[in-house]
Design a protein around this ligand. Structure first.
Ligand code: AHR
Length: 496
């Protein structure tokens, strides 16, 4: 197929906030225990952190990690996870039906973040708890000293405050599966008061209001409007969560989910701006897409109730999932002007790009690579190319462009990168890219993932699905001609 594309600085959509490449660690399954923390593992450091996992997290270049949940946080007493480990209680986690040993808590997580070179995005419990416990946690983590909670932190061996800047006001509070689920009005008032007290404790923090747990939530739209109306002045972001699945094996519809994602993002922006207009305020609320991924492969895998860290949500991702993950991240970048934070849910073992074996090795799932490429090369600002390409109809959508693409421009380092997914299973694409005003930018690398069956996966024994390098595309004046294989992920880097 022939594809015409125009890339120009004027097509800038927004500056890329690095936090759009965030991820998520929840006390769930083997994300913490056996994932990032396993003191008896051969690669564990003196804090019990798996250094093989830290190495992979570094490759992903994740700037921020949300913690400790997820559904888990809505029943969590953060005080259970600080202080001498031998005194910490074991508690039942009602969200996931397991026992939480609390041998890993807030300070261990912060230490892990420092070692992994990432920042924390903390979530507070607004399910079974409220403003008091949330503001105490901010005091414990961020206040230098001379108060009860900050001195408690110091007595636990952490003299310096952690200085966490970004805080989630609960998790999916509209969901009936959530401990302490609320109506939009109950939640909006609680979130407002909680955020107010947290910010009075530390004026430098930003907070995220829970949006709907997904676009399919029955109260979607109305939930955002009502809770925003009540909390607008005291919060900074509203959250979005979305997972996709392909249970019917309908790949064309699965890969077209980004059309739905696009609408979801657009609707939330509209609701934010509707409340802005109603309030006649200059303050703009931005978006935190703090859970997104493919999630369905591991459904119905049995586990032992009340056991500690059993395997849960251990999806093994195939090649088509990698293509959707690339397409989803491209879609988020198209809204770089409003999406300032996003978290691939999650980071290790639990619906994650990194998979480990307890006491054993670790491998990169298929979805690792598009995320790694965007996180490492998608810098500066996002450019939404004009794309003229053939479209397809499928069961769930019509007029789906075969090519999904975004360009990013890092003026400082003189690097222009084009990311593209070809959703056609049979047709290669000849991309005729018109580069406006990019004199001196020459192709230096062409990475792609292609030639794999849609169900191909990686594993401990063999990891066939990975990127490879291609001959550089030719640049002739303003025209850049790129051959893109069918059913593929491509990254074309140009340097000045
Ligand atoms: O990421 C897994 C779960 O998905 C989270 O705990 C919850 O917030 C969402 O429903």
């Amino acid at each position: 197929m022939k594809v015409k594309m125009t890339v120009a600085r004027e097509l800038k959509t927004g500056d890329i906030d690095r936090r759009i490449y965030g991820s998520f660690i929840e006390h769930l399954g083997r994300a913490v225990y056996g994932g990032i923390f396993e003191p008896t593992h051969p690669t564990a450091d003196s804090d019990g952190f798996r250094t093989d996992v830290i190495k992979l997290v570094n490759e992903l270049n994740v700037p921020i990690v949300r913690y400790p949940g997820g559904n888990f946080v809505s029943g969590y007493n953060w005080e259970d996870g600080v202080g001498p480990v031998e005194k910490r209680p074991k508690k039942l986690d009602l969200a996931w039906g397991t026992t939480e040993p609390n041998t890993f808590g807030t300070n261990e997580f912060m230490k892990w973040c420092r070692k992994a070179g990432t920042d924390a995005m903390m979530a507070v419990n607004l399910g079974t708890r409220g403003a008091e416990e949330a503001r105490n946690l901010v005091e414990y983590m961020n206040h230098p000293g001379g108060s009860y909670w900050s001195d408690l932190r110091r007595s636990h061996g952490y003299e310096n405050p952690w200085g966490v800047k970004l805080w989630c006001l609960g998790n999916e509070m509209d969901g009936r599966w959530q401990m302490g689920a609320k109506t939009a009005v109950e939640y909006g008032r609680l979130a407002n008061e909680t955020s107010k007290l947290m910010k009075w404790t530390d004026g430098s923090i930003e907070t995220v209001l829970c949006g709907s747990s997904s676009r399919n939530s029955p109260t979607f739209g109305e939930w955002e409007a009502q809770s925003l109306e009540l909390a607008y002045d005291n919060i900074d972001y509203v959250s979005l969560h979305q997972y996709y699945e392909n249970r019917s094996g309908d790949t064309p519809s699965f890969l077209a989910k980004t059309l739905e994602l696009e609408e979801f993002i657009y609707s939330v922006i509209c609701v934010c701006d509707y409340i802005k207009a109603k309030k006649r305020t200059k303050k703009t609320i931005n978006l935190s897409f703090d859970e997104w991924n493919v999630w369905y492969h591991s459904d119905n895998v049995p586990y032992e109730r009340w056991s500690q860290a059993p395997p849960r949500l251990e999806d093994i991702y195939n090649f088509e999932d990698a293509l959707l993950i690339g397409s989803m991240l491209i879609t988020l970048l198209r809204h770089a002007d409003r999406i300032k934070v996003a978290c691939l849910a999650q980071l290790v073992n639990v619906i994650a790009p990194i998979f480990t074996e307890n006491a054993g090795g670790a491998f990169k799932q298929t979805i690792f690579y598009p995320f790694e490429h965007l996180s490492n090369y998608g810098r500066g600002y996002a450019i939404k190319p004009i794309i003229d390409c053939p479209k397809y109809d499928c069961k769930e959508f019509t007029d789906v462009p075969y090519i999904e693409s975004i360009a990013t421009l890092d003026e400082e380092n003189g690097e222009l990168v084009i990311f593209a997914v070809n959703k056609s299973s049979d047709d290669a694409a000849e991309l005729d890219v018109n580069l406006l005003d990019f004199e001196g930018y020459e192709p230096v690398e062409y990475i792609s993932m292609d030639g794999y069956g849609k169900n191909e996966v990686n594993g401990f024994d063999a990891s066939p699905v990975k990127p490879h390098n291609n001959p550089l595309p030719k640049r002739d004046g303003a025209a850049l001609n790129i051959h893109i294989e069918p059913f593929s992920w491509s990254v074309i880097r140009l340097k000045k």
